[in-house]
Design a protein around this ligand. Structure first.
Ligand SMILES: [Zn+2]
Length: 457
């Protein structure tokens, strides 16, 4: 295949290739125009005013190798015969200026732009290896890129704000999303209330936030209440169910650990079977479950408490019914189940917001899938700082989110602004059908899941 360098400032003197590389040996076409030392312009005039001449004499040629964007799957190296001139005006020497090469760098300028895009998607180390540059240079290009992005960024308050938390680099971080437009807005270094507040306040037009879907981290709800008192706050359904799953799981582990070793083998795949939604189990698993419940009645009790919370959501026709079902659920918690008593306390502290869901069915499913993305980024980039991970997630996913162009004939859906608790009779449902809580990707997040599948953060 023919490779074309396409850097007009150079004449290609030699092109070579082997299995892995293209190598171009080049020389700059034009002589220098100006001395890089004194700024004098070359001026050669034959005749009597010869003393006024400014002349650049070739002093030395040095070969310098730089990397360029790969071609046809092969790495590209450019060997530049870099010329050094002596200036007759100042007596100094200077290297000719190269327009397409990073100053003092080992790369072309266009490669730098390419690398900046790559840093969002791939580990720095593999980029460094591919282009024969240092890991620290890749890091520097990345930081420059992020700084450019941050400068241009306008954080605009969404109508439906999702606030969630994600465990990233051993710390809980706040995750902010625009749930309606499926856009990741921000990840904060921590999820303290003051950070959450400051982030909301940094959003242009935050007073216009109409709905906030949050988890039960106390700071979130109060942060929204204090800044936008009229916003409709909904505790995310999946978090409520997750709390119940975790309580069940803690009891399961306790029961299992209390068993003699030979009996413990009897409980296999128990986590999977018990945490799964009851309606998704196959018959053979239901049989195993029945056998466990015969032996361990406490496990059965805990299991139905978990499913009981799911039923509050799935079986209730309206808010009233949900409240009644919940009331029954809380009264059935045995005194020895401190795990469930704890979550009951949390639920009751957030009761209004939890049951707001039955007025308007907003959920955080989108934020949850974003969390999955964060986790996969973190896994791919072990050892990255928070800033790097944040930028990778924020700009890596945002860059790929496709926004359609406005056209006259595109479809629109009517939406009403929420006014003092009055709702239009067609609630805007942005939640997908309930996915398995431990396997959240079944959500219509095409672009984001594509990114996940590419798996090359
Ligand atoms: Zn000079």
């Amino acid at each position: 295949m023919k490779a074309v360098l396409n850097l007009p400032e150079f004449n290609v003197i030699k092109q070579e290739q082997n299995e892995y590389f293209y190598r171009f040996t080049v020389e700059k076409k034009d002589p220098p125009y100006m001395c890089m030392q004194c700024g004098c312009v070359q001026f050669i005039h034959e005749g009597e005013n010869i003393g006024d001449n400014v002349e650049f004499k070739l002093h030395q040629v040095k070969e310098r190798t730089v990397s360029d964007i790969s071609m046809h799957g092969k790495a590209v190296r450019i060997v530049i015969r870099h010329r050094r001139f002596k200036c007759s005006a100042c007596g100094g020497t200077f290297y000719e200026y190269l327009d397409s090469i990073e100053r003092n760098g080992k790369v072309t300028k266009r490669l730098v732009e390419h690398i900046k895009q790559l840093t969002l998607k791939r580990p720095f180390l593999t980029i460094a290896e591919e282009y024969g540059i240092s890991h620290t240079s890749v890091g520097r290009y990345f930081r420059e890129f992020v700084a450019e992005k941050e400068k241009d960024r306008r954080l605009i308050a969404p109508r439906v704000l999702g606030i969630d938390e994600a465990h990233l680099n051993k710390t809980m971080r706040g995750v902010f999303t625009d749930n309606e437009n499926r856009i990741m807005l921000e990840i904060t270094p921590d999820n303290l209330k003051r950070t959450i507040k400051a982030t909301i306040q940094s959003m242009e037009g935050y007073k216009n936030i109409e709905v906030a879907t949050v988890d039960m981290n106390a700071g979130y709800k109060y942060a929204v209440n204090e800044l936008v008192p009229e916003a409709f706050v909904v505790v995310d359904k999946f978090h409520v169910i997750k709390y119940a799953q975790e309580a069940l799981n803690a009891i399961r582990v306790k029961i299992k650990n209390g068993l003699p070793k030979d009996e413990r083998r009897f409980l296999t795949r128990d986590r999977w079977v018990l945490l799964r939604n009851k309606e998704d189990l196959e018959w053979k698993d239901i049989e195993r479950r029945m056998e466990w419940f015969r032996r361990y009645p406490l496990l059965e009790k805990a299991y139905w408490l978990k499913e009981g919370i799911r039923d509050v959501y799935n079986q209730s026709a309206d808010k009233q019914e949900a409240l009644e079902r919940y009331k029954k659920w809380e009264s059935e918690i045995p005194t020895e189940f401190k795990e469930f008593k704890e979550i009951r306390k949390t639920f009751n502290n957030n009761k209004k917001e939890i049951f707001n869901y039955f007025d308007r069915q907003f959920t955080n499913a989108y934020t949850e899938s974003v969390n999955n993305i964060i986790k996969s980024v973190e896994k791919a980039g072990k050892g990255y700082t928070f800033d790097v991970l944040r930028a990778k997630v924020l700009y890596g996913t945002q860059a790929t989110l496709k926004k359609p162009k406005y056209t006259e004939d595109m479809e629109f859906q009517r939406f009403e602004k929420l006014l003092g608790g009055k709702f239009d009779n067609q609630p805007i449902r942005i939640s997908p059908p309930e996915p398995n809580e431990y396997d959240i990707v079944g959500v219509d997040l095409t672009t984001l899941s594509e990114i996940l599948e590419e798996g090359d953060f």
